[in-house]
Ligand binder design. Structure first.
Ligand code: PA5
Length: 468
């Protein structure tokens, strides 16, 4: 069966289109190919040596079967699926749901193929409390998927403790056991301990796969499969992209993406804006934002010197942000690289009706498909940006389905790995996130973190002299 491929279009970063001062000239493309070529080989070698476990997830038939079986077992037993997690343990779930299920999925029973899905990646007591009030009489028809690789993250741990008590109080120990699925490290960590103690159903975060690279593991697949998303097609799309990102620079969209981003970062365009012209893709831009920021924002190079690098990823949404950000994007500092996401077929036509006689100036809209208007707005934005010599990339989707989304995810994961090699940094660690986690432990009084708590006291206390 033919499946459509997403494509990367990069003409609008060239000097031919945006001029020599901001555009890339053919010699520079060649330099980028020369620089990136050996890194493609290096990344392939890292993969062979087991250093990029995320690359092999789409080939894991056993993983898909485990997830499909559990989803099938629980799907009809629950009306609500609640994902508790944060960062890489939540953003992929949201991205898949927004991209691949209808907008009204949760509210319209006729539009959903599984339970309602709620993803809680925050600990605002007003938000979570209000939700728990609503859920109170529905606990027996609710599955909680607690996702934490480390099993220690305070946000997820606190959510787990709250719902555990709730389930114990309302449904007893069997309720806690039956209504919770834990997704965590196969062998270690606090969540693994709790899961084994209570006999919870478990899914694994594979060893060597970090949070932000884990959406194609059980982390992202379980909620997707339970909500009717075709995870086989998702993995098939990722495999399709895998075949395109291992070789020759000029045919390798991940390499070109990474190289162009690196090129502009080194020429004072350090902000990387992703702007989908599709509501469905909006949370993939959010997922990308974390992937790019946590992987590429690093203080130290692989050689141990202080570099403090990292492009700042920004998410925007077309056409919405044309009326919020575009003024700045076009006329403000020329310090950004834009990546626009464009969809050819939205899978739905919505014809614009005729205007009343008193408004003939709206006649130009009459009869047009709303998707055509959205795509023309994308072209209009691109035109305006190009006029101001702003570099623009486009990722073109023939249509949005599990296959193309699988490709997109894999494309950006590999582009991130290659960009990290170009920057000479480690894409897979997150020391700043870990420090934040430890600081939280210390402020909350966790044993073993007393010294850090001492150190933090001066900033934790408000100094009245500076309060106005
Ligand atoms: O990408 C990452 O590694 C992080 O964003 C983690 O996913 C996030 O901090 C949550 O960690 P954990 O899954 O261990 O609770």
């Amino acid at each position: 069966m033919f499946q459509s491929q997403i494509k990367l279009y990069y003409k609008n970063v060239t000097a031919e289109i945006i001029g020599r001062e901001n555009g890339i000239i053919p010699e520079q493309i060649k330099d980028l190919a020369d620089k990136t070529g050996p890194l493609i080989t290096e990344l392939n070698a890292q993969r062979k040596a087991g250093g990029t476990a995320y690359r092999d997830l789409p080939y894991d038939e056993k993983l898909r079967k485990t997830v499909r079986d559990l989803a099938a077992e629980l799907k009809d037993k629950c009306e609500n699926l609640i994902v508790l997690g944060i960062g890489g343990s939540a953003l992929g779930n949201v991205a898949l749901q927004t991209a691949l299920n209808p907008y009204m999925y949760n509210l319209d029973d006729t539009q959903r193929k599984g339970p309602r899905l709620f993803v809680f990646d925050n600990i605002d007591p007003a938000q979570f409390g209000s939700f728990l009030d609503w859920l109170d009489d529905k606990l027996d028809k609710t599955i909680f998927n607690v996702i934490s690789k480390s099993g220690q993250t305070a946000e997820t741990a606190s959510q787990l403790l709250v719902i555990r008590q709730l389930l114990l109080d309302k449904l007893g120990p069997a309720g806690f056991k039956n209504q919770v699925v834990a997704t965590t490290d196969a062998a270690q960590g606090t969540l693994r301990k709790i899961a084994e103690d209570a006999g919870l159903r478990c899914l694994e975060v594979p060893a060597g796969v970090g949070g932000r690279f884990s959406v194609l593991s059980a982390v992202g697949l379980f909620s997707a499969a339970t909500c009717g998303i075709d995870i086989d097609l998702l993995h098939a799309g990722a495999r399709d992209m895998d075949a395109r990102v291992q070789g020759d620079f000029y045919k390798n969209p991940a390499a070109i993406l990474a190289a162009i981003n690196w090129h502009y970062y080194n020429r004072d365009k350090r902000i990387s804006v992703m702007m989908p012209y599709s509501y469905a893709l909006k949370d993939l831009a959010d997922w990308y934002r974390q992937l790019w920021a946590e992987s590429l924002g690093k203080a130290e190079s692989l050689k141990g010197s202080e570099v403090n690098v990292g492009p700042t990823p920004v998410k925007a949404l077309g056409a919405t942000d044309q009326h919020s950000q575009l003024q700045l994007y076009q006329e403000g500092p020329n310090d950004k690289l834009f990546t626009l996401l464009q969809v050819k077929q939205f899978g739905r036509e919505l014809r614009i009706s005729s205007p009343p006689a008193c408004a003939p100036e709206l006649e130009y809209l009459a009869g047009a498909d709303m998707g055509k208007l959205l795509n023309n707005e994308k072209l209009a934005t691109e035109y305006a940006l190009i006029q101001s010599s702003r570099p623009c990339l486009t990722v073109l989707f023939e249509k949005i389905d599990s296959y193309s989304v699988g490709q997109f995810i894999y494309l950006y994961e590999v582009a991130t790995s290659l960009a990290a090699l170009l920057f000479g940094i480690d894409a897979y660690n997150q020391p700043a996130v870990e420090l934040g986690k430890q600081a939280t432990f210390s402020l909350m009084g966790r044993k073993g973190y007393e010294q850090l708590a001492e150190k933090m006291l001066p900033i934790a206390q408000i100094d009245g002299d500076f309060l106005v």
